[in-house]
Structures are given as C-alpha cells and as structure tokens.
Design a protein around this ligand. Sequence first.
Ligand code: COA
Length: 161
Amino acid sequence: MRHCIYPGTFDPITYGHLDVLGRAAKLFDRVTLAIAPSAGKTPLFTSAERVAMVGPNVAIFPNVAVVTFEGLLVEFAMAQKADAIIRGLRALSDFEFEFNMALMNRHLQPELETLFVMPNEQFSYTSSTLVKQVAKYGGDVSNFVPPNVAEALRRAYPQNR
Ligand code: COA
C-alpha cells in the first residue's frame, strides 16, 4: 500500500488543491490530506472549519482521509507510515520555496520523498489569499472554490454583500 501525505494550510481549500489531490489519489493507494493549523500564517478559518469544508469535497475519493497535524511534517508523515509527501507546483514562482522545503524535509528525514505534480494550468494563478481577497470585496469566487467554501466565505465577509 503506497501512502502519501498532501500537506497544506488549506485556508480555504480551492479547486487547485482538489486538482492536486485528485492526481495524488490516482497515483497512491492512500492519500492523507493533512491540514496545518497556521504554518506561520493567520488563517481566516479554524482548523475544524477547514476540515469540515474539505470533507464533502473529498467524498468522491474513497482513498482520501482528512486530518490536522501539529509540529514537523516529516515526523507526522513517519508516524503515519507514509511513503511520500506530495505538493503541487503551479508556476515557476512556487519552485524555490518548494525546493527549499523538500530539501529541508529530506535533510530531516532522508527516507521520505517529496513528489511534485502540476495542477491544471487554469489554476496556476489561484491561491487561498487571492480567493479570500476577492471574496472579501464581494467578488465572485465560484470558479475557484467549491460551493460550500464560497458560502463559508460569504458568511465570513458579510459586510460587502
Ligand atoms: N491550487 C491553489 N492554490 C495553491 C495550490 C493549488 N494547487 N498549491 C498551493 N496553493 C497556494 C495555497 O492556496 C497557499 O496560498 P496562501 O499562501 O495564499 O494561503 C499557498 O499556495 C501555499 O500553500 P500550501 O500549499 O497550502 O502550503 P502552505 O505553505 O500553506 O503549507 C506546510 C506549508 C504546511 C506544508 C509547511 O509549512 C509545513 O510542512 N509545516 C509544518 C512544519 C514543518 O515541518 N516545517 C518545516 C518545513 S521544511
């Protein structure tokens, strides 16, 4: 059984993340989508809210589980007996950050590989921060996030409705 971890903040999850997840679910027997509480950011949604938002959108993947994790990713991955970490590369601008993170994770845990997949190019400019900015000022985010996430964003930013 090949098992990978797809980590991130997912504040909130977007169609771009789900694209990466779908590719991971085809490549691995099991995928654990692992939500980091903050990763140095100030999230809009709590970890529990992010788990709840992801849930219905991953129900189509029978081999995907959703959890939160604290502490070092590599330690969590080893405790889960994962074979790999999977990350999405949207554009060249992602490369340096991802490269450094993969090498640091390899330094910490040489047995754990990091694999990269490219999401569909239609998601290359999507990020959770941009989606939140658009939602905050009343813009339409329905092309970027699933309906339940769009609804949660509407509730989070009611002042511009
Ligand atoms: N579609 C849309 N957006 C995407 C995306 C995709 N396919 N892939 C990445 N993004 C966006 C995210 O929306 C996010 O946007 P934001 O910065 O506006 O919120 C950004 O790219 C990066 O987010 P993500 O991929 O979720 O990663 P992250 O930087 O939030 O998470 C962790 C990084 C959690 C994996 C990392 O901090 C970690 O491992 N933390 C645990 C502690 C640890 O081990 N640290 C040492 C690491 S070497």
